[in-house]
Design a protein. Structure first.
Length: 149
């Protein structure tokens, strides 16, 4: 459905203005889609992002500030996210022996198992995007990359 129909707006000041609104609307649509999916697993998208970052470091650990640098949402409170994930036994937190002010975070086996389940479930989310061809998806990725430059 066209953005004009989605938000019931007849016209935009320019194509670039329309792009801005369309990007905001579509971004929110994707976030909502992912959030609904993760709700079944008692996870937020930010917690999911932390788990994926930690899996990339597995079997090693990573400092909280390094997680912050890699987050999609840079405004996330990573310490709070790690606390919640630790309560769910999805991550471990240990004092770094070289710098005792730093905490090293690693993913647990339980966290890895959950991500494996989510990887399979993620295919259902990706299926929502398959009305774009592989070439269209590639082109859109290139355009989104270009937009951020």
């Amino acid at each position: 459905m066209k953005i004009e129909e989605e938000i019931k707006q007849g016209k935009f000041r320019s194509e670039h203005h329309k792009l801005l609104i369309n990007q905001l609307f579509t971004g929110k649509w994707v976030v909502d889609l992912i959030s609904r999916h993760l709700k079944n697993f008692d996870l937020t998208s930010e917690q999911y992002n932390v788990l994926r970052i930690l899996r990339g470091q597995y079997p090693g650990a990573i400092a909280v500030n390094a997680i912050c640098e890699r987050m999609i949402d840079k405004m996330s409170n990573v310490s709070r996210l790690v606390d919640k994930l630790q309560k769910k036994e999805l991550v471990d937190r240990k004092v770094n022996m070289e710098d005792r002010r730093q905490m090293d975070i690693s993913i647990t086996e339980k966290g890895l198992k959950l991500l494996n389940i989510l990887d399979e479930e993620e295919e259902k989310l990706i299926a929502r995007l398959t009305h774009l061809t592989e070439e269209e998806a590639k082109q859109l990725n290139q355009l989104l990359d270009k937009l951020r430059n």
